[in-house]
Design a protein around this ligand. Sequence first.
Ligand SMILES: Nc1nonc1C(=O)NC1CCNCC1
Length: 246
Amino acid sequence: MQIAIVSLFPEMFSAVSEHGVTGRAVDQGKVALNHINPRSFTTDRHRTVDDRPYGGGPGMLMKIDPLQQAISAARASLNGEPKVVYLSPQGRQLDHSKTVELSALDSLVLVAGRYEGVDERLIQSAVDEEISIGDYVLSGGELPAMVLIDAITRQLPGVLGHELSAQEDSYADGLLDCPHYTRPEVFEGREVPEVLLSGDHEKIRRWRLKQALGRTLERRPDLLKDRVMSPEEQELLAQYCQEQGI
Ligand SMILES: Nc1nonc1C(=O)NC1CCNCC1
């Protein structure tokens, strides 16, 4: 998969291109990142990329022309007709299904804004989709773009080993993750749940599913609202509620 990133700070993206799962995916050629900097398309002495908003108000906006040229160059750098995604709090909130959908594309352009945002006419003319990583305001779209790159890359075939299958990601089945434990068996008087030491893989599977269901009910009941639970899930959640007195 090819991802072209439009950003004033391309150096920030070494966090995903040079480290961890995403860094290995880049090294293995499973995902290719290239960068286009709007500042490259400025012509004035100060290489200006921002301007004041019409109607007044705090802060600055990204100038249309350098950004439009950068997006055009990003599209031209990729095969086919890439989707153009602008990271913004005004976008649809990112979720697992969106990362799966985007990971199926051959190529993608990510536009990371700075300042207070961009001219609405640029969004209307050059952006296919706005995506938000959450209801808060950051200083730039680079971190949201890296979140999206990480989540998409994990979905690409062969990126995660079988033991880390993306299909087993907690959100892949719509639930929060179960608790996890590793050595030592006792930490500050707190013991590892006995079932996890039992070697009984079926009991462990059921325990983990019960914990995931219970946690989801307690912390994110919205995720269960439309979930059609299997008889086993219903049984396990009822057990959890009885055990926890809820
Ligand atoms: N939340 C967000 N999800 O995607 N982008 C987000 C964001 O806060 N972007 C900033 C908004 C203010 N201008 C600079 C970029």
